[in-house]
Design a protein around this ligand. Structure first.
Ligand code: ZN
Length: 407
């Protein structure tokens, strides 16, 4: 077992060097979420809080879980479906408590997906979807139709619908439309889906524990740590995610990368206690983003006030990044921002660590507390190595698909 893990670690260390060297260009136009630094700390520290029955598997793999805490950000260069998993623009859905926003993904998809019926050329009618709610008496049958025919198509990037099955639904529902062809447009992804995606991850992780599938388990646990981390960042819950709407460009990286990088290791108290069982993961993940969202105002207001009150020639300082000189918020300036926010970055990072370990722990409990002591991680296969290389190559080229920056 020891040898296998060693092989895995060597491979990963090599891979990571590659990433670091190709990052330099990228760092100017895209600060990864929480910074790579904080994501890695969150996963690592979450491992250290686990009970002995889980530690026996997680501890030997702690370096893997740490290094791969940032994979989801790298995947944003490989598929357009990745970016929305890192955020949710809650302000697009009104104001707290967001009662009309469906808490379950399939319900939200149904509400924000338009289905269009093409009857004759030029005669296209919207059936249901955004701005056109499903009547109460048809909710059940439409849900059936939607779950069976539409949801499976979503990830295939296919927007055409099968006319026959739609017509069967229309006929059974007494709707006087007949489709020659039909298609759909989905409006949920563009504002981000992090709280919904976390629900799916929790189910997948539980299943991986149940199957005692060590590779899948590690992969999902690492990803889960990343998305939970993102959900704890206030600027991941607003459409003004980089201060671009309020003239505060760069605030995203300032809050989630610069401040933790300067102060986390020296000053933050990361003793967060044991993980807790999450009775209702759906509510738990939503609460995390709602809490984050409630802090957006302070994040923006305090920075705006500080740019006015702090000596302007001491706000930005030269800093070295991967051998390049860049301008970054000065240490004193960053400290002043942190103080103005009463240590918000530390509180959110602590909450994220505790949430990550609690989500892992909950999945393990829900899977029936499987014995993890004899689980081994086999070395990466040819195919897996190739896929990793491919991901790094695309990442190195630095073209994000979907939202361009700061998520
Ligand atoms: Zn992210």
């Amino acid at each position: 077992m020891r040898k296998r893990i060693f092989q895995l670690t060597v491979f990963l260390a090599g891979a990571f060097l590659f990433v670091s060297s190709s990052l330099s260009d990228d760092i100017h136009h895209s600060q990864p979420a929480w910074g790579f630094f904080a994501h890695k700390r969150i996963n690592r520290l979450a491992v250290l809080t686990l009970p002995p029955e889980m530690m026996v598997f997680f501890k030997p793999n702690i370096d893997w879980l740490t290094d791969h805490a940032v994979d989801p950000d790298m995947r944003r260069y490989a598929t357009k479906h990745e970016a929305p998993r890192h955020y949710i623009d809650l302000d697009e859905y009104g104001t707290p408590p967001f009662e009309d926003l469906p808490r379950l993904w399939a319900d939200a998809m149904m509400k924000y997906t338009d289905v269009w019926v093409v009857q004759l050329p030029g005669d296209t009618v919207q059936l249901f979807g955004n701005q056109k709610p499903v009547p109460e008496n048809l909710t059940r049958s439409y849900k059936n139709y939607f779950f069976q025919n539409l949801l499976p198509r979503f990830y295939k990037d296919e927007e055409m619908l099968d006319a026959d099955s739609l017509n069967a639904f229309l006929q059974a529902s007494g709707i006087p439309l007949r489709a020659k062809t039909a298609f759909f447009r989905e409006h949920l992804s563009k504002h981000g889906i992090v709280p919904w995606h976390l629900q799916k991850m929790q189910r997948d992780l539980t299943e991986a524990f149940r199957q005692r599938n060590s590779k899948r388990l590690l992969r999902l646990a690492a990803d889960m740590g990343h998305y939970i981390g993102d959900a704890h960042v206030p600027l991941h819950t607003t459409s003004n995610y980089n201060g671009q709407k309020t003239g505060q460009h760069g605030i995203h990286g300032f809050w989630e990368s610069r401040v933790p990088e300067l102060f986390a290791d020296e000053e933050y108290d990361f003793f967060v206690g044991k993980p807790e069982y999450i009775a209702n993961p759906t509510d738990f993940f939503w609460q995390a983003v709602f809490d984050s969202h409630s802090m957006v105002d302070s994040v923006l207001t305090m920075e705006r006030a500080l740019t006015k009150s702090f000596p302007s020639d001491r706000q930005m300082c030269p800093d070295m990044r991967n051998g390049l000189s860049v301008l970054a918020p000065c240490r004193d300036y960053a400290a002043a921002y942190q103080t103005a926010l009463q240590g918000m970055m530390e509180r959110r990072m602590r909450a994220a660590i505790h949430a990550v370990s609690s989500a892992w722990y909950t999945a393990w409990v829900d899977a029936g507390q499987p014995d993890l002591s004899k689980m081994d991680v086999s070395p990466a296969t040819e195919e897996e190595l190739k896929a990793e290389e491919e991901l790094k190559k695309i990442f190195g080229q630095g073209k994000i698909l979907g939202r361009p920056e700061e998520h």
